[in-house]
Design a binder for this molecule. Sequence first.
Ligand SMILES: NC(=O)c1ccc[n+]([C@@H]2O[C@H](COP(=O)([O-])OP(=O)(O)OC[C@H]3O[C@@H](n4cnc5c(N)ncnc54)[C@H](O)[C@@H]3O)[C@@H](O)[C@H]2O)c1
Length: 248
Amino acid sequence: MPEWLGLAGQRVLVAGGAGTLGAALVDGFLAAGAEVGVTDLSDSALAALDSRVSVRVAADLSQAPAARQAVGDVRERLGGLDVFVHCVGINDRRSIEQYSADDWDRIISVNLTSAFHTATEAVVGMKAQGHGRIIFFSSVAGRSGHKLHGPYAATKGAINQLMRVIAHENAEHGVTANAVAPGYMDTTLTRQYLSDHPEKREALVALIPAGRFGQLEEVVDPVLFLSSPRASFITGQVLYIDGGRTIV
Ligand SMILES: NC(=O)c1ccc[n+]([C@@H]2O[C@H](COP(=O)([O-])OP(=O)(O)OC[C@H]3O[C@@H](n4cnc5c(N)ncnc54)[C@H](O)[C@@H]3O)[C@@H](O)[C@H]2O)c1
């Protein structure tokens, strides 16, 4: 990992760090010499993480008090927070009339409510210390009107706007906020769907100018850069990492 990134010794919290993209990010931050804390839903998922992860907090981040408490706990145990990454998310593919009120509430609370409360709690300390990096996981679905993504797309579009407001309110305090918007990746979130609908993979690949799905490291490296002191003048941006999916 290039030293010029300047992530060595940075105190990083990855919410959702036990997931597919999250765990890859945790490995990336550890390789860059950062001190890493993770909060995620279950103790068993957290236990499987690299032994160098210094703080692990199990919490249902869709619940406001638990989300705020988890970020506060990790910050206290790391002795501060320089970087916060929100990498929590669920999806459930149906046409909009097939979602119940409970389905809607569940997706909104896991994807969006968790983002609001965790990032807000993280910003408090960053603002006080005069520096910080916030990275959200958006999606190409936050921009394009893909079918069967109603609540998910709504949360990702909302995360983009939440990110822009956080970026604006905190730029003068040395805190940047950005989002990455991956396209189609081969992860837990998509694997079940693609194995249930094998014909879909080919159809999706045909929509990507690069002609393939994204690899985990192609998301991890840009997130490390945006989290680093090198990205000090980049704020309020959504970075599409999608092999060109959103340009066609
Ligand atoms: N996989 C893709 O193709 C893709 C594409 C674009 C965006 N994204 C986004 O990237 C992020 C990570 O996705 P992934 O593919 O790694 O999925 P994943 O399912 O592997 O990871 C999601 C993580 O969120 C955690 N989580 C879910 N509900 C939670 C809750 N209530 N409280 C705490 N943690 C909870 C899960 O335990 C899991 O560790 C998500 O925001 C997703 O929307 C993924």
